[in-house]
Ligand binder design. Structure first.
Ligand code: BGC
Length: 383
């Protein structure tokens, strides 16, 4: 813990579609409405589009010094090549509000949802994908003045799983063809951002913390490539790599072993593994050959029991400190999530440090928010 950099970022994360509400121009909004009973609707979500100031103030008052949020592409470019000045100005106000409250903004440019028109062109599998994304990034640069941290694409590896599903070739392992295209899109975005802004640029990868069962080392290495290392290698040369960790899974000779049902599993059905963050940080550090600093851009637990959230987070931070003590360069920790939010088709898994009444939109901080703020104020001290 004493080895943490002085300017370590202590924050919480959100994404636009999961919090803003009425993201009607996005592919996710459409998908929810076509899915019948299979998906719940995002609807007004948390109305953070209008209430972001209140969200940020709660984080700052608790003692955090950073906030990760995203720009929603569908609001900024509602039709191909047609950019909304008001949409861009909205996100500029968010950046300025964060700054005024003493929160370092970490801005994500793509977090799973895309404009409907982009999906109609084939989304990440379409030939126009890289050009379209690059054009959008060029436009967003206009509002990034003074922003020090930009995440181009959130969890490209999960995006590659989602894209292969929408293509009708669903596979539980990321499609490496789509993954290569995402690497290409990321590299193009990094070039644009470096030319036009002074931000540190990276992307954030979903970490599986895969551990081989005895004799399954080769299968595990193959799966790790498809799941993570293609994307870690795509981060070489970046200013940072975002690490997003929730749980760990074993790989045996048949592949990734599903989490067995267990009363201790979280509300998303994942095994309770605070130690996963340490496994993820060590693996990511090795995959970028110790040359790209890491930022924990997401870590958290879906639970209705806030004491458990505190225990999980304390365990995850112990694991982070252990990795730092071994020489892994970690620049910040962002909890997922600031608020209970729309968990991609479901409302039940609550990841937030803040509870939200979805009828009145009243925000109520949970004890875990005060607890994490205290850790931040103590520079990482857990008690
Ligand atoms: C995503 C978030 C999501 C969280 C919990 C990550 O995959 O970036 O949007 O809500 O994990 O499932």
């Amino acid at each position: 813990m004493s080895a943490l950099p002085r300017d370590f970022l202590w924050g919480a994360s959100t994404s636009p579609h999961q919090t803003e509400g009425n993201n009607t121009g996005s592919d996710w909004w459409r998908m929810e409405h076509l899915a019948g009973d299979r998906l719940e609707l995002s609807g007004d979500a948390l109305d953070s589009y209008h209430r972001y100031g209140e969200d940020m103030r709660l984080l700052a008052d608790a003692g955090l010094n950073a906030y990760r949020f995203g720009v929603e592409w569908a609001r900024v470019e509602p039709e191909p090549g047609e950019f909304s000045r008001a949409g861009l100005a909205h996100y500029r106000r968010m950046i300025e509000t964060a700054r005024e409250l003493g929160l370092e903004p970490v801005v994500t440019l793509h977090h799973f949802s895309s404009p409907k028109w982009f999906a109609d062109e084939g989304g990440w599998t379409g030939d126009t994908a890289v050009d379209r994304f690059t054009r959008y990034v060029e436009e967003v640069c206009v509002i990034l003045d003074g922003v020090e941290w930009v995440v181009t694409i959130n969890e490209p590896n999960l995006l590659a799983v989602m894209a292969s599903y929408t293509q009708g070739e669903g596979s539980p392992v990321p499609d490496t063809g789509i993954g290569e295209r995402l690497v290409h899109a990321h590299r193009a975005a990094v070039r644009v951002l470096r030319e036009r802004t002074s931000a540190k640029v990276g992307w954030s990868v979903a970490q599986q913390a895969l551990v081989p069962a005895p004799g399954a080392e080769v299968v595990c290495a193959q799966l790790r490539y498809a799941w993570e290392d293609l994307y870690h290698h795509g981060a070489r040369g970046d200013d940072f790599l975002g690490v997003q960790s929730y749980t760990s899974q074993t790989v045996d000779s048949r592949g990734v072993v599903p989490h067995p049902p267990h009363p201790g599993n979280t509300l998303t059905g994942w095994a309770y593994r605070p130690d996963a963050l340490g496994i993820a940080l060590r693996h990511a550090w090795e995959a970028v050959e110790g040359r790209v600093p890491l930022l924990v851009t997401e870590n958290g637990i879906a639970t209705a029991d806030d004491a458990r959230r505190i225990a999980y987070t304390a365990g995850a931070l112990e694991a982070l400190y252990g990795a730092v003590a071994e020489g892994v360069d970690v620049r910040g920790y962002f909890h997922w999530s600031a608020l209970d939010n729309f968990e991609w088709g479901r409302w039940e898994p609550t990841f937030g440090l803040i509870e939200v009444d979805r009828e009145t939109f009243v925000r109520t901080p949970k004890p875990s928010l005060g607890w994490l703020g205290g850790v931040a104020r103590r520079g990482g001290g857990l008690e």
